[in-house]
Design a protein around this ligand. Structure first.
Ligand code: GLN
Length: 543
């Protein structure tokens, strides 16, 4: 039977619980176990799909089309295990399902309550679909003490009671702050946080203590004493030079060994050479490139989490450091000198995914700069749509070319789709329907032209990539755009929806309707990112 590891956080948010879960899962996997990671989010949105990236960072999309928390991206990147619908739930989704059942009369007259109905639903979610797994790691979002997190803590308390200590492990991630004036690390916040947790019936088995200075032995012993855990189970977690160094560091501190000891298991040591190799590539690059990302949510790096990681992976593939310059597209709307001044130092220009009209003219101007100056260009989702509008306006003479996302237009080079084929059959949407969960979401196949640049990069002509968009490039404009040099090199299997465009007469110019960054992994850098960074490196040598 699968064993459960529940991960909670205390003291402050942003302690890196997601990375911790991903790293521990990778270590257990390295020891030969089958793992899966799940995330419980206490907020009331049904999923993060309708939240602004400023609120919640990136929305991570799974193959099966779930819009999930960005931590699922870390889980996939660290373990290589593809996440699915059932790996992320929110309080909103639990309540929605319970209220729907209540309205149908499924509770047969019972009073519907947080305990047992909400907690049962959470437990069912944790236990679903776990047949061939050794470990299920469940990360609970938020911080212990939050009102909205209480049903989740209660549910894991019940699971421990039902399954026993040898099937369940509680890991609590805390902060041990350094007070510079006193020159000391302080354990009190950790003690208080553990006290809060035990008052809810959950006694942690392992404490992972985030600290910016090494934790002295005396402080470790003190935490163990006050928090009622073994001293060896107080694991110091110093800030790491790169997120990919975290598994190595936790292993060196004995985290995976302690977890196995808790379960009474012995297993071979994980082979860490792969991790050591990618950290080495990251820390000892043989060159560097600078990539300008022209987007909208540039003030918050979490908004483009997977994109940033995919660029890092592209750098690892080429053994170069990738310096990312986040550029606000709106700045480019004022004057052309500004565009040249900002973009000339870039070895590659990337226009990422996004929503809404704001900044779109700046993005289109950036595409034009990249096309005319021969700078490597990569357009993702909205970025490909902007590349097509730029081509229509400036190479095909369609001056009014636009997207219906930005308002009514006579030249809808990009338009809304209300019908398309999915692996499950024909999908239809009302054009003015709900915003949540109604986009073209998840994995779709694309067919690539045999002699295209895209096919050469992928080394394949049938690919599958993840989507998240409501609008599509209008294939009716294919001919004028191709005459202007923008070739449609990837199409949906029915030949109706453009998936990839490229410019054969340009050093590296690729636009994709999907989000390749979601599938890039440190051990398998995505071919488009590896190719883009390779082209940027050539550009860097030219200038
Ligand atoms: N806003 C565009 C659409 O909905 C692009 C979406 C995206 O870049 N993810 O089609």
């Amino acid at each position: 039977m699968a064993r459960y590891i529940f991960i909670t956080g205390g003291v402050v948010s942003s302690l890196g619980k997601g990375l911790m879960a991903a790293s521990l899962a990778a270590l257990l996997q390295g020891r030969g176990f089958k793992v899966r990671i799940r995330k419980f989010d206490p907020y009331l949105n049904v999923d993060p799909g309708t939240m602004s990236p400023y609120q919640h960072g990136e929305v991570y999309v799974t193959d099966d089309g779930a819009e999930t928390d960005l931590d699922l991206g870390h889980y996939e990147r660290f373990t290589g295990v593809s996440a699915h619908q059932g790996d992320n739930i929110t309080s909103g989704r639990v309540y929605r399902d319970i209220i729907a059942k209540e309205r149908r009369g499924d509770y047969l007259g019972a009073t519907v309550q947080v305990i047992p109905h909400v907690t049962d639903a959470i437990k069912d979610f944790a236990k679903a679909d776990t047949a061939d797994l050794d470990f299920i790691l469940c990360e609970i979002g938020g911080t212990v003490g939050d009102i909205e997190g209480l049903p989740f803590i209660e549910a894991i308390r019940q699971l421990r009671n039902e399954m026993g200590r040898d099937q369940t492990c509680f890991i609590h991630v805390t902060l041990v702050p350094y007070i510079a004036a006193a020159g000391e690390l302080k354990t009190k916040p950790t003690q208080h946080s553990v006290r809060d947790l035990t008052s809810l019936g959950v006694q942690p088995d392992v404490l992972l203590c985030r600290c910016e200075k090494p934790l002295p032995d005396g402080e470790r012993a003190k935490i163990a004493l006050f928090c009622n855990v073994r001293k060896e189970a107080v694991i110091p977690a110093l800030d790491a030079p790169s997120i990919y160094a975290v598994p190595l560091q936790y292993h060196a501190e004995g985290l995976d060994a302690e977890v196995l000891r808790h379960f009474g298991l012995t297993a071979r040591l994980p082979n860490m050479s792969g991790w050591a190799d990618i950290v080495d590539r990251y820390q000892h690059p043989e060159g560097e490139v600078t990539i300008g990302v022209v987007g909208k949510y540039v003030g918050l790096p979490d908004a483009y989490k997977s994109l940033n990681e995919a660029l890092v992976h592209g750098g690892m593939a080429n053994r170069v450091r990738v310096n990312v310059r986040w550029l606000d597209a709106e700045l480019f709307e004022k004057d052309d000198d500004e565009i040249a001044a900002r973009l000339e130092p870039m070895h590659g220009i990337l226009v990422p995914g996004g929503f809404g009209e704001r900044g779109s003219e700046g993005k289109i101007a950036s595409v034009r700069f990249a096309r005319e100056r021969g700078v490597p260009f990569f357009g993702i989702c909205l970025g490909m749509q902007m590349a097509c509008i730029e081509a229509a306006r400036n190479t095909a003479g369609i001056a009014d070319a636009s997207s219906t996302e930005f308002g009514a237009t006579d030249e809808p080079v990009v338009g809304i789709i209300t019908e398309w084929m999915s692996p499950e059959g024909l999908q239809t949407r009302a054009s003015g329907g709900d915003m949540g969960g109604t986009m073209r979401l998840g994995a779709y196949e694309a067919r690539l032209s045999h002699n295209s640049h895209a096919a050469a990069l992928y080394g394949a002509t049938i690919i599958s990539e993840r989507h998240r968009h409501r609008y599509e490039v209008n294939a009716a404009y294919r001919e004028p755009l191709e005459r202007g040099g923008l070739v449609f090199s990837g199409m949906s299997p029915d030949g109706l929806l453009p998936e990839i465009v490229e410019r054969p007469d340009h050093p590296w110019f690729v636009g994709v309707q999907f989000h390749p960054e979601l599938k890039s992994r440190p051990f398998e850098p995505h071919p488009l990112f590896a190719g883009f960074i390779g082209a940027a490196l050539k550009q860097a040598r030219l200038v």
